[in-house]
Design a protein around this ligand. Structure first.
Ligand SMILES: [Zn+2]
Ligand SMILES: [Zn+2]
Length: 383
């Protein structure tokens, strides 16, 4: 099934600012909330679809990638989660939308209490740089990177407690992370929900802290992460792998790993977008007589033919020997610029030969109508 455009899903324009996007999502989240639409698969789909759209459009990095690459920009190829959020992800998002706590408990009488009331902490994002050669960029590559980061504490398994006996469900809120208060008003009884003051919304109480992590459930460690780099990425592009950043305190949701792409310059090939450029130099004898030369490409050497009478400035093309577009089958070409090498120093013998050739009628430049101008050549190859 092809995904709908995220802006269409939320019913906002591409120019909408963060506040408009947030407000549009709020409305849809309330409309399609499962507590309001029990056993309605269609509403659930709509609810998830809206949450996914908001997840992308509310994050400036993900939004920029979406605007540039569409759905592919945040797909598995980019190391993203590949879309598809589960209900827990969606409910944990509500903290930002509704300003703390989950409004649905009070809206709908707390149907989804324990599922959504508990405060889940999120780990911080981790940024790393990955250096890639032109060959790796052309084919895509899996990079194994050792990352120093916050990991789950081995001693307490992330709970933050010294032992089982010192880890309890919070007595104040019964593990829900929130408490309900009923107040009498002139309109009758009003029920409000707020974060549990005892456990600060976490739903658990720790009576003795783990001595290794001092209670936050984290320690410093290393993790080797396999990063799947799709073909066609370029300098400065950012990829993200959700959940591969720093672990979160006490079993929360880990942050993301943000990967910044750096290109290592190639010794003889230059990249120009999806094309690869090579500057070829031949001497004017070869240009006049024709020859065959070997040129480097991103998949090894290639033999190319130089026709007799080739002019300097000609551009040859090796089709499909360039860089693919990210998440596309479209591939660039290798362009070969033919430069005629003019000797910088010559012997007296060479001078004699050249002096003789100079006056020969064939050596007088005589560009005809069929000769393309420099500007035409450039235009033809780059359009
Ligand atoms: Zn509590
Ligand atoms: Zn610990």
């Amino acid at each position: 099934m092809s995904k709908r455009d995220y802006y269409d899903v939320l019913g906002v324009s591409r120019q909408s600012d963060a506040a408009e996007i947030k407000s549009a999502y709020r409305k849809l989240a309330i409309k399609y909330h499962p507590d309001k639409n029990p056993d309605n698969a269609e509403a659930e789909e709509k609810f998830k679809e809206a949450a996914e759209a908001y997840e992308i459009l509310s994050n400036p990095e993900k939004k920029a990638r979406y605007d540039q690459f569409g759905h592919a920009g945040n797909s598995a190829g980019f190391g993203g989660a590949g879309g598809g959020m589960n209900m827990d992800d969606i409910f944990s998002q509500f903290g930002d939308i509704f300003g703390g706590g989950n409004p649905f408990e009070s809206f709908f009488g707390g149907g989804g209490g324990s599922r959504s009331g508990r405060r889940v902490q999120k780990g911080t994002n981790l940024r790393i740089k990955v250096k890639l050669t032109l060959e790796e960029i052309a084919k895509g590559v899996e990079k194994k990177v050792k990352v120093n980061k916050q990991i789950v504490c081995h001693t307490c398994d992330g709970s933050g407690a010294k032992d089982k006996a010192s880890f309890h469900t919070c007595k104040t809120c019964g593990g829900a992370g929130s408490v309900r208060r009923v107040t009498n008003t002139i309109l009758g009884q009003m029920q409000t929900t707020s974060t549990c003051p005892t456990c600060n919304g976490e739903g658990v109480e720790i009576t003795a802290k783990c001595t290794t992590c001092k209670g936050d459930g984290l320690e410093r460690g290393e993790e080797t992460i396999a990063i799947n780099i799709p073909a066609g990425v370029s300098e400065g592009m950012q990829l993200s792998m959700s959940g591969k950043g720093n672990a979160a305190p006490r079993g929360g949701i880990p942050g993301d790993l943000i990967i910044l792409v750096e290109e290592v310059p190639h010794e003889s090939l230059k990249r120009d977008g999806i094309n690869v450029i090579y500057d070829l130099y031949i001497n004017f004898a070869d240009a006049a007589l024709g020859t065959s030369v070997e040129v480097p490409t991103i998949d090894g050497k290639a033999k190319i033919k130089i026709d007799p009478g080739t002019q300097g400035g000609k551009i040859l093309r090796l089709k499909g020997k360039g860089i693919p577009e990210v998440n596309s089958y479209h591939k660039g070409d290798q362009l070969i610029y033919v430069n005629i090498w003019t000797p910088k120093a010559i012997s007296s013998e060479e001078r004699d030969i050249l002096e003789k050739l100079k006056s020969s009628a064939n050596f007088k430049p005589q560009p005809g109508k069929s000769e393309k101008s420099f500007f035409e050549r450039i235009k033809e190859y780059f359009e």
